[in-house]
Write a protein that binds this ligand. Structure first.
Ligand code: 5AD
Length: 347
């Protein structure tokens, strides 16, 4: 079990130059000690861009009338994943805007088919839903729930019109963990007006939650959003947050997100170097991808080739063990919530 004595300083989060390189190398060493050179490889399919939320940072917000809304056919997505997924992919993340209709009509049947036809681990990122739906998703075969807390300050959470309230979001995260989901959360780094102090608050929030992983998304000003005119997140802050998370929780799974490439030249590789150990290959059908616009239409699509090239260039290897299997083996001696609260209590 790793020790959890570390918490970053504001100065560490603002590092650049040689000091930053040393900080990232410390985090990379912690990643290596826990995971070796392995990087988990997951595919993402974005199966609905309908959204009932209205987050001011997100291009899929319900007020964005410029977007063609779609729901995928679950048979098409299942067929593609069963027959054409890259060999390196061990897991799939099924993602939507917050769209309970798509959960019923697309996500649940898709999970059932994948469970029957493949050994893929199944993650979902679907927003806050009625608890009965969480249970149905779990019964169908999903085991990892991605629910980001977005901003760890209640006033800012409200200001950016993130879903519901921060308290409610945290309640859902805890509820999922108590019900044996592996929960990965995350926050947006560098939202307009945020300071390094806010980053610390996000890291503190992450450390207090019963999580198996956490992401850092650099703020990208979305074209059709109220925040379009604001600057992109400081990439140094972003990658320093990745390293801080890694040093806080050596055993967490921390993704390299495609937005790293929008925030910085070679951002994906910098993220891997700073402590990330999960990559995502985008397998959303190309005719639908264009309308799944979190940031802007000009997305940086992580193809199989780009992902595998980045892994190899950093001297890492695609993990043969899938993420869901890895968590299952780790949790074999207790529930996810017990395991997770054990680590949360050590802070
Ligand atoms: N910049 C960075 N991350 C964003 N997200 C949404 N919009 C933005 C943005 N403009 C992230 C949120 C959301 C996830 C799907 O994408 O954290 O939960």
């Amino acid at each position: 079990m790793s020790s959890h004595g570390y918490f970053p300083t504001e100065a560490e989060l603002a590092l650049n130059g040689a000091g930053q390189t040393a900080f990232h190398e410390r985090a990379a060493a912690a990643t290596r000690a826990e995971f070796g050179s392995d990087v988990f490889v997951r595919a993402v399919v974005e199966v609905s861009n309908f959204c009932r939320e209205n987050c001011t940072y997100c291009g899929m917000r319900r007020d964005n009338r410029s977007l063609a809304r779609y729901r995928a056919q679950h048979e098409q997505i299942a067929g593609m994943l069963i027959e054409h997924r890259p060999a390196s992919v061990t897991d799939v993340n099924i993602q939507t805007g917050e769209d309970p209709v798509a959960v019923r009509e697309v996500v649940l049947p898709l999970i059932e088919t994948l469970r029957r036809e493949t050994s893929l681990g199944i993650s979902v990122c679907l927003g806050t839903l009625p608890p009965e739906l969480y249970a149905e998703l779990q019964a169908a075969g999903a085991s990892i729930f991605i629910m980001k807390f977005e901003a760890g300050d209640a006033a800012q959470y409200e200001q950016f019109q993130a879903p519901g309230t921060l308290a409610e979001r945290l309640r859902h995260i805890r509820l999922l963990a108590e019900n044996d989901w592996n929960v990965s959360s995350g926050f947006i780094a560098g939202l307009p007006g945020q300071t390094p102090r806010d980053l610390l608050k996000n890291l503190e929030m992450a450390g207090s939650l019963p999580l198996s992983g956490c992401s850092v998304s650099p703020f990208i000003p979305g074209e059709a959003t109220p925040l379009a005119k604001h600057p992109t997140a400081n990439p140094d802050w972003t990658f320093n947050c990745v390293s801080a998370l890694r040093l806080m929780r050596p055993d967490w799974v921390i993704p390299a997100v495609s937005a790293f490439n929008l925030a910085a030249e070679d951002g994906y590789r910098r993220g891997l170097r700073a402590g990330a150990n999960l990559v995502t290959i985008n397998l959303t059908p190309t005719d639908q991808r264009g309308d799944y616009v979190i940031y802007k239409r000009d997305r940086f699509i992580m193809t199989e080739e780009r992902v595998l090239t980045a892994i190899a260039a950093e001297g890492r290897t695609p993990s043969k063990t899938g993420l869901a299997d890895f968590y299952r083996d780790k949790m074999a001696n207790g529930t996810a919530a017990e395991k997770n609260s054990e680590t949360a209590m050590q802070t």
